[in-house]
Design a binder for this molecule. Structure first.
Ligand code: BGC
Ligand code: CA
Length: 336
């Protein structure tokens, strides 16, 4: 009899140990995740499907909710995940300045947290919790690569300088103001010209918190019919989504201006193949999704977050940064 009680006790202990290691009764890790907005081409088209399929491949359970572009909604979603007892959180902030709120919630609940795609902007916030990490990119790198592509092509195509003044008259479709990717892409894409000794003149810039195709279309259509419409020599887009809209607007107006974007979505590769887009930059959402989940699962199991993976963590920012790659008419087929 005593032996039976003892065995039951051992079995109970085993169960509680496996829970402490962050696993469901069936042994599966439960990940509470979100996308800041399912309306975003890149997040919904690349990251969400990869998060779901890679979680399945790793034998984890993931729930991905839509924060609909509202930080307050995301705060509530995180509360619900915590109440449900998820093992780890994988969070795509709506407002990159609101990381502190989410980190405090995770810390109070003792749940590890992986932030992805929108890097926290508040200084020191990543150091406020030992179980928070970031997965994304080096935002400036995308702007530099896009800028270098544009400078190279500008130099090769003398006729792009329509008024022959040696200055690039450009318009810029910017993503979410305050988003590290949007800020850095805007800055470094243009800086590439000045670094190369080429003057650049901004004719117009419009930002969109949703990085949307509709915005790209509306703004480009308006710019083309504006007083400076005929002066535009280059269209710089912070992402493909806005670029798609600009391409549609140009086609409708019967013009073809040099245009560059970032992400390398499947549709962008088609536009390059069709001669409608001059270049994009691969934003490797597949590997960003995999890194997010590799770190999340390790963290849930109490392991070193990069254990058994090829990811390297930057100590100061507690970040894994997946590299960007230039995609041009010469190499786009490698990405199809
Ligand atoms: C992507 C954009 C996307 C944004 C969302 C960026 O890294 O390039 O397409 O809209 O992330 O946060
Ligand atoms: Ca010019």
């Amino acid at each position: 009899m005593k032996k039976v009680v003892l065995l039951a006790l051992v079995a109970m202990m085993a169960v509680s140990v496996s829970f402490a290691n962050g696993q469901q009764e069936d042994g599966k890790i439960v990940i509470g995740a979100n996308i800041y907005s399912f309306a975003d081409n890149f997040m919904n088209g690349v990251m969400k499907p990869e998060l779901e399929s890679y979680a399945t491949a790793k034998g984890a359970d993931i729930q991905v909710v839509d924060s609909e572009g509202q930080q307050a909604k995301l705060n509530d979603q995180v509360d619900i995940f915590i109440t449900k007892g998820v093992d780890v959180l994988a969070i795509n902030l709506v407002d990159p300045a609101a990381a502190g709120t989410i980190i405090s919630k995770a810390k109070a609940a003792g749940i590890p947290l992986i932030l992805f795609n929108k890097e926290a902007t508040e200084a020191g916030v990543m150091a406020s919790y030992d179980k928070v990490w970031y997965v994304g990119t080096d935002s400036a790198e995308s702007g530099m690569i896009q800028g270098d592509m544009m400078v190279m092509d500008w130099k090769k195509n003398a006729d792009w300088d329509k008024n022959g003044d040696g200055v690039v008259q450009y318009v810029l479709l910017k993503g979410e103001p305050g988003h590290p990717d949007a800020e850095a892409r805007t800055k470094y894409s243009v800086k590439a010209f000045t670094d190369a000794g080429i003057k650049a003149e901004q004719l117009a810039l419009e930002a969109d918190p949703n990085w949307s195709t509709q915005h790209g279309n509306d703004k480009m259509a308006a710019w083309l019919t504006s007083s400076f419409g005929k002066d535009i020599e280059l269209v710089i887009c912070n992402n493909d989504g806005m670029g798609f809209g600009a391409i549609t607007a140009m086609k409708a107006a019967g013009v073809r201006l040099p245009i560059y974007s970032v992400d390398a979505l499947a549709q962008a590769l088609t536009h390059i193949a069709d001669g409608e887009l001059d270049g994009t930059v691969l934003n490797d959402g597949v590997n960003q999704s995999r890194a997010t989940l590799d770190l999340a699962i390790n963290a849930a199991m109490g392991k070193d977050v990069t254990a058994g993976t090829a990811w390297t963590l930057q100590a100061a920012s507690k970040a894994v940064r997946v590299p960007y790659v230039a995609v041009t008419p010469e190499n786009y087929q490698d990405f199809q």
